[in-house]
Design a protein around this ligand. Structure first.
Ligand code: GRF
Length: 204
């Protein structure tokens, strides 16, 4: 069984969808580890509820970035992890991890990339920017991870119609429903298929 680690920094509703999919036998791999960047986050409670191991690796506990990245890599090796899903993970993934897990790390972004992505574009900032733009569509994107925020090749993307009266919070809740369907689907694609990347496009 291919082992997956989920990295989360907060509430963990996407992580919970993976756990549910696994419980229902709909996942072609095993969610075997949650990596949390701090104690007390919702994702840890979910890990305990679904009996998934968790490790807290907080960059503030390390004197320099190298020792932090090494701790992440050592943890992944210890748990024999083959794939990584970033589910609300707020830190950039270091090149050393990307190289070791090339085309095996996915991220979910709550907008239609390449729009409304990049540094500082996370959580409510994204939905507020969409609202301010006046756009009447938004959506979610699952993509492979490279060394820049929200940039790698797209695996799945789905849009949703917005209405003029939608607040940023209403947009967030519409988009979250899409996230919860496409993220487990994209993870399964990654687990089942051999994927390659050509011209910044994913090929299955
Ligand atoms: C999601 O909107 C995800 O797209 C973004 O962070 C949020 C995490 O939500 N990257 P949750 O912790 O999975 O509930």
């Amino acid at each position: 069984m291919k082992k997956v680690a989920v990295f989360a920094s907060g509430r963990g509703s996407n992580f919970e969808q993976f756990c549910i999919a696994q419980k229902e036998g709909c996942l072609s791999g095993e969610i075997s580890l949650l990596v949390a960047n701090k104690a007390g986050i919702g994702a840890i409670e979910t890990a305990q509820k679904f009996n998934v191991a968790h490790e807290i690796i907080d960059h503030k506990d390390f004197s320099n970035p190298d020792s932090y990245n090494l701790a992440l890599l050592t943890c992944l090796e210890k748990h024999k992890i083959s794939f990584i899903a970033l589910a609300g993970w707020l830190r950039l993934i270091h090149q050393s991890i990307i190289e070791k897990y090339r085309n095996k790390i996915i991220n979910i972004h709550p907008a239609l990339l390449p729009f409304f992505g990049g540094k500082g574009m996370y959580g409510q900032h994204v939905h507020k920017a969409v609202w301010e733009s006046g756009m009447l569509v938004s959506g979610a994107t699952v993509h492979l991870v490279d060394a820049e925020f929200d940039r790698g090749p797209i695996i799945l993307q789905e849009g949703i119609q917005l209405s003029h009266s939608d607040s940023p919070e209403a947009i967030a809740s519409k988009v979250l429903k899409i996230e919860h369907t496409i993220f487990p689907k994209a993870l399964n694609l990654l687990l089942k298929e051999k994927i390659t990347v050509k011209n910044n496009r994913v090929i299955f």
